[in-house]
Ligand binder design. Sequence first.
Ligand code: ZN
Length: 154
Amino acid sequence: MACDVELRDLLPHLSSVLVETAETDGALIRITARTADTVPVSCPACGQPSEWEHSRYVRRVADDAIGGRPVMINVWVRRLYCENHGCAKTTFVEQVDGLLTERYQCRTPALRRVVEACAVVLAGSAAARLLTVLHQTLTLATVLNCLIRPPRSA
Ligand SMILES: [Zn+2]
């Protein structure tokens, strides 16, 4: 019997990107994805939509474990030129809307919430030990950083 489940149904946070590969070496699940080439993105400073690509680079985002294995998502995102000559921004990086990335974060929003909840409830080394059980190896300093980070704006 064949399995008819789509990857996007299992991992809905990947629905806004094009998944190219999903592979494992036994210890880690690595997913490679990219944003669409032809979708215009609004400049965060002036709101002018742009498709004028400057370059691409990979954002590495850790995600919740699957089947007891940590997940690393490599997302190719675009750096775009702002087409408004009066705008102060020359280039900007597209953000993958929704559930996959957040600005300046190296974890998915779902994993960030787990890490923050562990940090708040257990603090310090107890949180780091629990996160190791959850297949997320973080240092004590990283866990404590979650406690002192300013609250996120919605
Ligand atoms: Zn702009």
